[in-house]
Design a protein around this ligand. Structure first.
Ligand SMILES: Cc1cc2nc3c(=O)[nH]c(=O)nc-3n(C[C@H](O)[C@H](O)[C@H](O)COP(=O)(O)O)c2cc1C
Length: 353
């Protein structure tokens, strides 16, 4: 049977992956309340379509941080892609390049950054940083990503401590062993990729440390994991270049708002001064449209990319991206939007929110 929507990939990935890998990808923190809410919140939003507009040409292209992408649908950082497909992040990078969208490589990528770049040299890439305790290590890593042509540094702020993932504890999942077995093949490679060693995240990192980060890189800095207007205002004050509204796919603090519900507050607080993106619960093209109507410049996908990878590697990721792009195109046409710039808040029925 053909796979026609993102949830078809989810169902097949579930059959193909081991229980512990499935649980690792799918799991939320604690009771999984926020993880589920990310999806449910989208379904509560209703659209207000406009008709009798010429939608014979619909253009899904847009820009993020000045770079053009074929649609506002990009790839969020997720670790350990080799758990889902043998050459892991290399497949993801090729699919992203083919789709003409941005791929954020994780600090916990299971392929070396050199391999990710050399397999898809023309792709637009950002690097996600979990700030490491060892400041020198951060510096080395940032210098490396700069020299490899990554275009932005995405600093994840919602993991001062790892959330409580019950499934992983029950399954006794040991990602360190997994990474070391699969990907740290030789001492030479180990030295070439210090980020693979899962050194401790710096839980003392705070707003005043951002200037240090800014002093060691020319790259635009994007904060991932902001959920409140207070932090959004601080982000603007500290001169970062963008925000990803995110609750880490419900994997960190259970009980926080669905990302799509937090988006409005953050967008209002930044007053257009920096770009705002979001991730969490995007499963259809109309979800993308809703996020853009509420002020996101672009959305990022976490689990759907891993499902695509688990089903068919690079081609699975490409299919997932193409399905969402096609659905987004349809949603634009059916709401009367010919360009991404025409998507606005009038498309949302606020009386039902
Ligand atoms: C298996 C998995 C691994 C993840 N690893 C990272 C990571 O290394 N760094 C990070 O900032 N976020 C990580 N995330 C969070 C994602 O970037 C993103 O916020 C989330 O998956 C979006 O929700 P979605 O899965 O509903 O699309 C991970 C998420 C999953 C599901």
């Amino acid at each position: 049977m053909p796979m026609v929507c993102v949830t078809d990939f989810e169902a097949q990935a579930r059959e193909l992956l081991s229980k512990s890998t499935w649980d690792f990808i799918e799991g939320g923190a604690d009771e999984g309340f926020t993880r589920d809410d990310n999806i449910a919140a989208f379904k509560k939003i209703r659209l207000r379509p406009r008709y009798l507009k010429d939608v014979s040409h619909v253009d899904t292209r847009t820009t993020i941080q000045g770079a053009e992408i074929s649609a506002p649908i990009c790839i969020a950082p997720t670790g350990f892609h080799c758990l889902a497909w043998p050459d892991g992040e290399m497949s993801t990078a090729r699919a992203a390049q083919a789709a003409g969208i941005c791929y954020i490589a994780s600090t916990y990528a299971s392929c070396t950054l050199e391999d990710i770049v050399s397999t898809a040299p023309r792709g637009l890439r950002w690097f996600q940083l979990y700030v490491q305790l060892d400041r020198q290590l951060n510096k080395q890593l940032i210098q490396k990503v700069e020299s490899l042509g990554f275009k932005a540094l995405v600093v994840t702020v919602d993991v001062p401590k790892l959330g409580n993932r019950r499934h992983d504890v029950r399954n006794q999942l040991d990602l360190k062993t997994n990474l070391l077995l699969k990907d740290l093949r030789s001492p030479k490679e180990r030295n070439a990729a210090p980020h693979l060693q899962m050194s401790p995240i710096d839980s003392s990192f705070c707003w005043s440390d951002l200037s240090w980060l800014q002093s060691i890189t020319q790259l635009p800095i994007i904060l991932k994991g902001i959920l409140t207007k207070e932090d959004a205002e601080l982000a603007v004050k500290h001169k970062v270049h963008g925000i990803i509204v995110s609750n880490h796919g419900g994997r960190q603090l259970d009980g926080v708002a669905a990302s799509i519900n937090a988006l409005t507050e953050v967008v209002a607080a930044v007053k257009g001064k920096i770009e705002v993106y979001m991730d969490g619960g995007i499963r259809t093209g109309s979800d993308v449209l809703k996020a853009l109507a509420l002020g996101a410049k672009c959305v990022f996908l976490g689990r759907p990319v891993l499902w695509g990878l688990a089903c068919k590697g690079e081609h699975g990721v490409e299919e997932v991206l193409n399905i969402l792009k096609d659905e987004f195109h349809t949603s634009m046409a059916l709401t009367g939007c010919r360009s991404v710039a025409e998507i606005n808040r009038d498309l949302i029925q606020f009386s039902r929110l």
